[in-house]
Each structure stands twice: as C-alpha cells, then as structure tokens.
Unconditional design. Structure first.
Length: 548
C-alpha cells in the first residue's frame, strides 16, 4: 500500500514536471517568435553604411549590405570552400530595374565606403544611391561637387518640402472639400427633381440657389487648380544631379526627395535621430508606392476604429443573450440546443461570416437603407456596399460566442446567496441582475471582450468581402458632417501585412516592412488588452466577495 501511494505521488510529480516543461516550451516559442519579429522589424529603420563594390570585370555597385551568407554549394563541391556572398540593396530601380544585387565576394576586387555616398529616399521608384554631382535651378547649375551641393541642398530641400506640403493640402483637403460640396449639390438637385410636391416658383428659386453655389464651387476649384499647377511647376525648378557607382547620371527633382542621407558621415546620434524620424513617418504618414513605402497611419486608424465599433456592438448583445440563457430561460432541451449551437458557432470558418455579412448587412440592410434614405444617390450605393460599419458588425457576429460563453461563466460564478440576499431585501429579479449580478460578473464580461478584441484585430478573410480595401482615399472620420462616416471603406493592418508581404511586386524589398507592421499590430492589440485587463482587475478587486 505505501509503495502504491509512493508510485502515485511519483506519477503526479512527473506529470507536473511534464506540464511545466510544456508551458516553458510554449513561452520560449512565443518569446522566440516575438524576438524574430522585433529584430527584423525594428532593425528596418536603422541606417546602415553605404559601400561601393568594384568587381573584377570592371562593373561597380553602391548600396547597403542587407545579408551576408555562404555561397550555395554546387553538386560535389565542398560547402566550406564556396566563399561568401552579400545581398546589396542598390536601389536605383528606375535605372537598374531591381532593388537588390547578389555580390560574390570572390569576384569583388575592391570594397570602399565613399565619404560622400548619399542615399535619397524618393516619393517614387524607391531609394537612389550615388554621389551628389550638381544642383540646378531652372536648368542652371548653382552648385557643383559633392560638398558644395550638400551645403546648398539643405535650404532648397526644406523649401521643396514646404511646397510639397501645400500641394498635398490642396489635393487632399481643399479640393476634397470642393468635391464634397459639389457632390452634395448634385444630390440636392436630384432630390429637388424627384419631389413633385414643390411648387414651380419654389423649385426655380431652389434651382437658382443650387446653380449659384455650384458656380462658386467651380470658381473655387479653378482657383485651387491654378495654385496647384504653380506649386508643381515650382517643385520641378530645382533638381539635383546624381552620379551612380557605374558612372550613370540621373537628374532628380528636389521636390520628389523625402530625405537625403550621407550615411557614411552620420554619427551615432545622427543615426538615432534618423531612426526616430523614420519610425515617426512609419506610424503617422500615409502609404505611398503601392503601400510599400511611407507610413501606415490609415491602416492603424481603421484597425482601431473597427475593433472599438465591434466591441460596442458585441458586448451588449452577448451579455443580453447570456443573461437570458442563464437567468431567465427554463433549462431544457431547447436551451441546451442553443448552447450547443453557440459553442459550435465559434468553430465556423471566418470566411462564412464574411459571406453572411455581405448578404445580410451589405445587400440586405444596406440596400434597404439606400432605397429609403439615399434614393437620390442610386444606382451608386451609400450603405449598400462594403464599409467599416458592416465589417465591424460581421466581426461582432464572429466573436459573439466568445462573449456569451465568458459571460455565462461569470454569471454562474456569482454565489446563489448573493442573489437570495438581494431578493430578500425586496429587490426584483431584474434589479438583482442589473445591480448585483452583472457588476459582479463584469470581470468575466471584460475577459470575453478581451478575447473578442484580440481575435477581431487579426481577422482578415471576412473583412476582404465587407469593406476593407488596399488603399482608402479618406478616413472614416473627418470634418464633414456627420463627421463619422460608417459607410466608408477602410484599411486594416492585417490585410496590409498580407498585401505588402505577398502581393507586392518587390517582395524582397518589403520583407522588413512586413515584420515592422506585424510588430506594430502586436503592440496595438497588447495595448488594448492591457487597458481592458487593468479595468477587469480593478473590478475583480472591487467585487472580490463575489468569488469571481
């Protein structure tokens, strides 16, 4: 008997160590994954030195060394005798057609770090690597030689960036406001034409007012267009002439340059400042070059807004359903079937929810809203097409089982004596649930919301059907009434990762950007979860007597 008891204890200790080891492996796996993402994502913004490689055949290349590895061994060749190769980011895509070049070190004759090697980050065609040759104004050379050009370049480039900011403001805000007003006038005119109850005199008066406003909008548009043309011509006036390592000459407009970096002259503090500037650009700027460069702010904004709308939709419905099933419904075969259906709903593929959202929300509810409230816009749909509202409600359905199950567990954990005490003091059942049971179940409800938010933030498949796009022309919130536009399409970090990583024509160049975006998505989800967990812990401490 003692031996049998000792044997059971040994089995229990072994099982405990086995579970602890499995947990440790899981933690190590997660930490390793985070380290891989962070190391590749954070390092993307650090400026490397620019090297110039001259080959034995006389060709030359300039760029940043991204990877150094052994050459692949051929059949029958000793892997240790193959030497090394380096992947050089040479940029100059408009000249070479490729951003990268593999360099076999056995065929390189000389590797140098030119003092005046400069990397230009451009609005189009990616980076350009070379040396500054000339600075021109209206076709006339105003500075020549790397050092002289660099001294004169700073003020000229700062002026060009100010002009570029004015151009973007006119394009995105001022002309956008005029287009918004023009569209409103068009719809107002269609409503007036469709309303047969208006007297002819009143109709003519309103038509004249609409025509006057349209004339003012057209005049404003022409004025903005003239300013835009003038600014663009001024942006083209200043150009910088670059010489590549191979001797090619390229004249580049200063207005198309985001920043110029003399990488081999930067101090540690200079590189740190450049690093922080690039991170700021990555978070707050709009994407460019088919999402492969620039920032990802619209995707961040769309992801966060969608998750919050989804949370506001799923929590009330999930809590109400759980309260009914737990507190009011008679426990019988029907309720058991509903519970089984709820649990099974959590295993339905997400794309099925996307198809349902397209049919029910977009075509069903959205189409009905258009016919009733936006008839003048038809056949162009307003709500009868994908948008952030329908995407959020689709994900609310997707995550509803999680909230229901978590809330039911929280309700079941509230001691029966608490309910009976409330009823004994004269409270009704509704008052008991509203003032006693639900507050005590709040930590469990927040747990369900946390799980729902985490899953919704990473879902992509259903969103591709109900409103998510590669590039959204405007945010769902702006200065135009009603200020929050639930019908607009939006960008999402999950789809942005897929698009940049797998749909980009230059996957090798965008791979670091995929890691950086993934790291940012993890950070956003973690920040939202930490906020919800903090609130949950405070509620748990407040209602500790409920044993939740």
């Amino acid at each position: 008997m003692p031996n049998e008891k000792k044997s059971r204890e040994e089995i229990g200790v072994t099982f405990t160590w086995f579970c602890g080891g499995a947990l440790a492996l899981n933690i190590l796996g997660i930490l390793g994954l985070l380290f891989l993402i962070a190391s590749n994502g954070i390092g993307h913004f650090w400026q490397k030195e620019i090297v110039q490689v001259r080959m034995t055949d006389g060709s030359a290349y300039m760029g940043e060394v991204m990877v150094r590895e052994r050459n692949p061994a051929q059949q029958g060749e000793d892997p240790l005798s193959t030497g090394y190769r380096k992947n050089l980011k040479i940029g100059n895509r408009d000249l070479t057609g490729s951003d990268f070049k593999w360099i076999d070190e056995r065929q390189s004759a000389e590797v140098t770090r030119p003092e005046w090697a400069v990397m230009l980050e451009r609005l189009e065609w990616g980076n350009f690597y070379g040396t500054l040759s000339e600075l021109k104004r209206g076709g006339t050379t105003v500075a020549k030689g790397p050092e002289a050009v660099w001294k004169a370049f700073g003020p000229v480039h700062e002026k060009a960036r100010d002009l570029y900011a004015k151009v973007k403001k006119i394009e995105r805000k001022d002309i956008g406001d005029v287009n918004y007003e023009t569209e409103r006038l068009r719809l107002e005119e269609r409503r007036l034409a469709a309303d047969t109850s208006i007297p002819d005199a009143e109709r003519e008066k309103r038509s004249a007012a609409i025509a006057a406003r349209r004339q003012a909008a057209n005049e404003r548009f022409e004025e903005l267009n003239r300013s835009l043309v003038a600014y663009r011509e001024e942006l083209k006036a200043d150009t910088v002439v670059m010489a590549t390592a191979s001797g090619q000459i390229k004249e580049i407009s200063v207005g198309s340059i985001v920043r110029a970096v003399p990488a081999n002259q930067l101090s540690l503090m200079g590189k740190a400042g450049l690093y922080l500037g690039r991170i700021h650009e990555f978070i707050w700027d709009d994407p460019r070059e088919s999402n492969t460069e620039g920032g990802i702010f619209p995707a961040i904004f769309g992801t966060v807004m969608m998750v919050f709308i989804m949370s506001f939709a799923v929590v009330p419905f999930g809590v109400i359903a759980a309260v009914y099933l737990r507190e009011y419904a008679s426990q019988g075969p029907l309720v058991r079937m509903v519970n089984i259906a709820v649990n099974n709903l959590a295993g339905v593929p997400s794309i099925v929810f996307g198809i349902f959202g397209l049919g029910f929300f977009v075509y069903g509810i959205g189409g009905s809203i258009d016919r009733i409230f936006f008839a003048e816009s038809l056949p162009t749909p307003t709500y009868g097409t994908g948008g952030i509202l329908w995407a959020s409600l689709t994900l609310a359905l997707l995550t509803l089982p999680v909230v229901i199950v978590a809330t039911e567990e929280g309700l079941a954990a509230v001691p029966r004596i608490v309910r009976e005490g409330s009823l004994a003091l004269g409270a009704t059942k509704f008052e008991t649930i509203w003032r006693v049971v639900l507050p005590a179940s709040a930590p469990a409800i927040l747990t369900g919301m946390i799980l729902a938010m985490a899953r919704a933030a990473g879902e992509v498949a259903p969103l591709m059907i109900v409103g998510m796009v590669k590039l959204a022309p405007s945010l769902p919130i702006d200065a135009h009434a009603p200020f929050v536009h639930f019908e607009r399409k939006f960008m999402h970090l999950g789809f942005h990762i897929y698009d940049v990583g797998f749909q980009s024509p230059n996957v090798e160049a965008t791979k670091p950007l995929v890691f950086a975006t993934t790291l940012l998505l993890i950070f956003i989800v973690t920040a939202m979860n930490i906020t919800a967990i903090t609130v949950r812990n405070r509620l748990r401490a407040k209602y500790a007597s409920s044993a939740v």
